[in-house]
Design a protein around this ligand. Structure first.
Ligand SMILES: [Zn+2]
Ligand SMILES: [Zn+2]
Length: 588
């Protein structure tokens, strides 16, 4: 249903302001313009890919001189020379009467696009999912809406006024490739490689989008709630959680746009947002709960369904979910946010520090764009990055902490041990664990405790991990290695949980999302700041003592890094705050 080329035209009519427009099918425009009293169209030929016609249109619409057909052709042709120097252009005059569709009756599609941002290639699925039978000319319907200004349309990839290519879907300006395109026939078609896993954004493919109209509420597209919504919880929030939940609800009534919930690892932040979700839904507004990782979306869905049994919820994630359903409450990976445009009144971003959201300009762009103007965003994390911390310190980002876990025991403060994992120039084949590591493992084994030993790289895991396992097995201490390239992660984790293994040697894949009772943690080469930044170290330390039991966290490095010291400081500050607020029985 996609047109590879678009027409540029000038429409005239007695007593009417001449109108310059672009179209995938001028017959649709003729039908529309006929209703407004226009009589003629001067159409520039041959048609060109959308991004070129769009640039022409932008230039011509601001130029008052082109309102005469001859000038229109002259100026349009001279602008086109820049992009297609060898092509000849002609202008054909048509009466609207001869061109127009005699009948044209598109279905009411306007509301389907509210709050969405979709590639032309994604529109058929949107229509199908919403029960609309697809004719061959669905693009004509979209052209009609575009003319009525009820749907915005641009090329998905274009160039800015400096001639720099950029992707309108994901904001990328570097990873844009120029190629010979089979679809539009151009040898200079631009494709964005940054967001290609979500479908190809190209300069010859339109991007359709429409914000949720400012005066509209969710009830215009969705069933309104019957009564004020109350979240169902099977347990009572802890005092610090209650404080945070109240602060979030207060924030919704404020002029502030962003709010940070800064929780100690394992203090439980998800549930504190339920009150704000319920309040927003009760006001007939839409909520997005966005999370970087797909596995967390899948895991969270039943919990949120349980808390809001009466509310329709859609879950969106790669390879599953209901891509084009609409619901008052949407659960989505941050990648899926690329398909929304000013849609939600409340956006909750959970695990804001997690891969792949952290460090991805594209995903930040997408999550922010999903929020309606004037909407509220709540960022939740156990380990905010430097810029968020800076904003809280300067007072530009309001926040609340959840500085204590339910059991009132403080976070385990890591010890720093100055030690080189490998000393001298001995070959790795003759490496034996230093005394500290030996004692650590022997201690875990004796006391029937579990251990995670973190190493920064696959190379270091291969070198030291195997030697460690060999050393331990000789002493009847069973261990295993898991990292991103090993299979059977779940088996290794469950063996550890069932005490079949005493320890795992691992990479940062186990830094979050796992609770193991009676756990001790050792981080070797902890001064490798490329891997072990302060956020990662806090997450790793946060694996220990989650159920209120004691535990040890040891950061081992020859030269303690800034990140190691920063992690200690943040953990201590959190404990101090929890103690001062009366949420902890002791400070350390
Ligand atoms: Zn193309
Ligand atoms: Zn892109």
């Amino acid at each position: 249903m996609l047109s590879p080329k678009y027409f540029l035209y000038l429409a005239t009519g007695a007593g009417l302001q001449p109108r310059i427009e672009m179209s995938s099918n001028p017959r649709v425009d003729a039908f529309y313009l006929n209703q407004l009293g226009y009589q003629e169209m001067q159409i520039l030929r041959p048609p060109q890919p959308i991004w070129i016609v769009e640039i022409l249109l932008r230039n011509l619409q601001t130029n008052a001189n082109i309102l005469f057909p001859a000038k229109f052709l002259k100026l349009a042709s001279s602008l086109l020379q820049e992009y297609l120097p060898h092509l000849k252009y002609t202008m054909q005059r048509h009466t609207i009467h001869e061109l127009r569709f005699p009948e044209f009756d598109p279905p009411e599609l306007e509301k389907l696009f509210w709050g969405r941002l979709l590639l032309g290639t994604e529109v058929p699925e949107l229509l199908r999912v919403n029960g609309i039978e697809l004719p061959w000319d669905a693009e004509d319907w979209l052209q009609y809406q575009y003319l009525q200004s009820t749907l915005e349309r641009t090329a998905a990839v274009s160039i800015d006024i400096l001639g720099i290519p950029f992707c309108r879907r994901c904001g990328e300006s570097k990873a844009i490739m120029e190629d010979n395109c089979m679809f539009c026939g151009s040898r200079h078609c631009l494709t964005c490689t940054n967001c290609q896993t979500m479908g190809l954004a190209k300069s010859c493919i339109p991007l359709y989008f429409q914000s949720f109209p400012p005066s509209s509420t969710a009830s215009e597209t969705l069933k309104p709630p019957k009564t004020p919504i109350q979240p169902q919880l099977d347990f009572e929030l802890t005092p610090p959680q209650k404080r945070a939940a109240a602060a979030i609800v207060d924030f919704l009534a404020s002029e502030q746009r962003q709010f940070l919930v800064w929780a100690a690892c394992g203090a439980g932040k998800t549930e504190v947002s339920y009150g704000a979700i319920a309040k927003t839904l009760s006001e007939n507004a839409k909520v997005l709960f966005a999370i970087p990782r797909k596995d967390v979306v899948v895991e969270l869905l039943p919990r949120i369904q349980h808390a809001f049994p009466e509310i329709e919820i859609v879950a969106l994630y790669g390879g599953g979910g209901e891509r084009f359903q609409d619901a008052p409450l949407t659960l989505a990976t941050t990648h899926q946010c690329l398909r929304f445009y000013q849609s939600f009144d409340l956006v909750i971003l959970d695990e804001a520090d997690a891969y792949p959201y952290d460090g991805s300009a594209m995903l930040h762009y997408a999550v922010n764009r999903a929020l309606r103007p004037g909407g509220h965003m709540i960022i939740m994390t156990a380990t905010p990055g430097k810029s968020l911390i800076q904003k809280t310190r300067s007072g530009t980002l309001p926040y609340v902490s959840i500085p204590a876990r339910y059991h009132r025991k403080p976070l385990i403060v890591p010890q720093i041990s100055k030690l080189k994992t490998r000393s001298g120039t001995n070959p790795i084949s003759s490496w034996a664990p230093p005394a500290l590591i030996q004692q650590f493992l022997l201690g875990c084994h004796q006391d029937s405790r579990r251990a995670l030993i973190f190493l920064p790289t696959l190379k270091s895991i291969a070198e030291y991990g195997s030697a460690l396992i060999k050393w331990a097995v000789a002493r009847d201490i069973p261990g295993a290695i898991i990292h991103s390239k090993t299979a059977a992660h779940e088996d290794a984790k469950s063996n550890l949980l069932q005490n079949k293994l005493c320890f795992l040697v691992t990479s940062t894949i186990l830094e979050r999302g796992i609770t193991i009772p009676n756990l001790d943690v050792l981080v070797l080469e902890a001064d490798n700041e490329k891997v072990f930044d302060s956020q990662t170290l806090i997450q790793i330390a946060g694996r220990v003592g989650r159920l209120g039991e004691t535990g040890r966290v040891i950061f081992v490095a020859e030269h303690p890094s800034y990140s190691m010291k920063e992690a200690l400081k943040i953990i201590r500050d959190m404990n101090r705050e929890g103690f001062e607020l009366g949420y902890l029985d002791s400070q350390e």
